[in-house]
Structure formats: C-alpha cells, structure tokens
Write a new protein. Structure first.
Length: 233
C-alpha cells in the first residue's frame, strides 16, 4: 500500500513527507521545500547547454498546487532558491519577481539562502523574508546545509535542510536499477530531496539510526526499511 504522504513525529510535532518532494507542517500550515534552482534553464542556455525550456514555470505551478491543496499559509524554501543569482533585469528575473509577488500576497514566504544564492546581484522582492544563514521556529531550525556531524544534543533544534539532493538506487529486477530521490532522516535532522527539476543527486549511505523514505513523484512516499535493497549511485 502506498500513500501520498508519510507521517513523522518529531519533537512533539507531526511532519508529513509529501510525494511532491516537500514537507508539510500541518499545525502551522507550512510547506517546506529545498533547492528549487529557479533560473537553471536560462543559465544553461546562456552558456550554450540545452535543457528543456519551461522547467521554472512547471516547478512554480507544482509549488502553487501544493500550497493550494494543503491550504498553506506559509512557505519555507531551504536554499538554492536560484540556480544563479546574477539575473537582475532579465526576463527570468522579472517572471520570478512577479510570481513571488503573487504568492507572497497569499502566504508568508521565507527563504534561507543557499550556496547558489550568495554572491550575486539579484535583489529579493519585498514579499520574501530572506535569511542569510538560518531561521528558527522551535522546535525546528531551517538551514541550507545541515551541520556535520549533526548534533546529538536532544535539546538542540531539529534541523531541516537541503543542499545534498539525496538519492538512492533501488534494484529494479536482476540486472537493472532505478535512481529515486529520498528524504533522509537522521537523529538530529531531516534532509529534503531537491524540489527543482533537472537537478543531480547525492547517493546516500545510510548508517545506524538513519531512516530513508523513497519518493515516487506525485504518487507515494515509501519507507526503505530493508537497506539491503539500497545501492550507491
């Protein structure tokens, strides 16, 4: 049996891992995603590398559906909001600012800057709450890159992060495998899969105390209890 969401109990709060590579925090009507990488297709196009056009619009439409379906009042993006920050005045930039203004008129938006967001000339719209390092809303701490090693202090905030784009390879028959994005739960934090389309992935090697949840986009989140089925990428 599969489910669109998988529930986690963390520090007295319920989090729902959503098959659209997002986390829902129902009590505070919050949608959390990581690594949207808006502007990637434009950036690659300017550098002579062709990838399908329209990925930004499709990803923003997915995110809008999530916000609407979950009746969210808040959106948190865990870094790499942009693929390249140096797009001030471009068509991509203007479309993104218009989208932020529209969404920001309905929900509270928070972005924790990631490594792709830093060092550029893009000015965040006023509708965004922009955090340079981290943002806390107890019992959670929102960051782009999780601390290494994660804290073992039970009183420390539980960290939600992105950056790694975690994936695993699962056996798909005797001679083939398939790569799937995952949520990677560790004792002191949760690493989210990348929300953006056409992003790479980091092959996770789980250790004792970790839990992995595989994502079948738009359909299911499945716990991987038998780690013997997991292979490196």
């Amino acid at each position: 049996m599969t489910s669109l969401t998988q529930a986690l109990q963390v520090r007295g709060e319920e989090l729902l891992l959503h098959a659209d590579r997002a986390v829902l925090w129902p009590r505070l009507r919050t949608v959390i995603v990581a690594d949207t990488h808006f502007g990637k297709s434009g950036y690659f196009g300017r550098h002579g590398i062709a990838i399908p056009a329209g990925t930004d619009e499709a990803d923003r439409a997915r995110l809008q559906r999530l916000l609407s379906d979950s009746r969210a009042s808040r959106l948190v993006i865990l870094g790499d909001f942009l693929h390249s920050p140096s797009i001030e005045g471009s068509e991509d930039s203007e479309r993104l600012k218009a989208w932020v203004a529209a969404v920001g008129s309905r929900v509270e938006m928070h972005v924790v800057a990631g490594n792709h967001d830093r060092g550029g000339i893009w000015t965040p719209p006023e509708a965004l709450h922009w955090w340079s390092e981290s943002w806390r809303d107890p019992p959670f701490r929102f960051v782009h890159e999780a601390p290494t090693p994660p804290s073992g202090d039970p009183d420390a905030p539980f960290t939600l992060s992105g950056h790694l784009h975690p994936v695993v390879r699962l056996r798909n028959g005797p001679k083939s495998t398939m790569r799937v994005p995952i949520f990677w739960q560790r004792p002191a934090g949760l690493v989210l899969p990348s929300f953006g389309s056409f992003t790479g992935g980091f092959a996770v090697r789980a250790v004792a105390g970790d839990r992995l949840f595989a994502v079948a986009p738009g359909s299911s989140v499945v716990p991987l209890e038998g780690l013997g089925a997991v292979r490196g990428a």
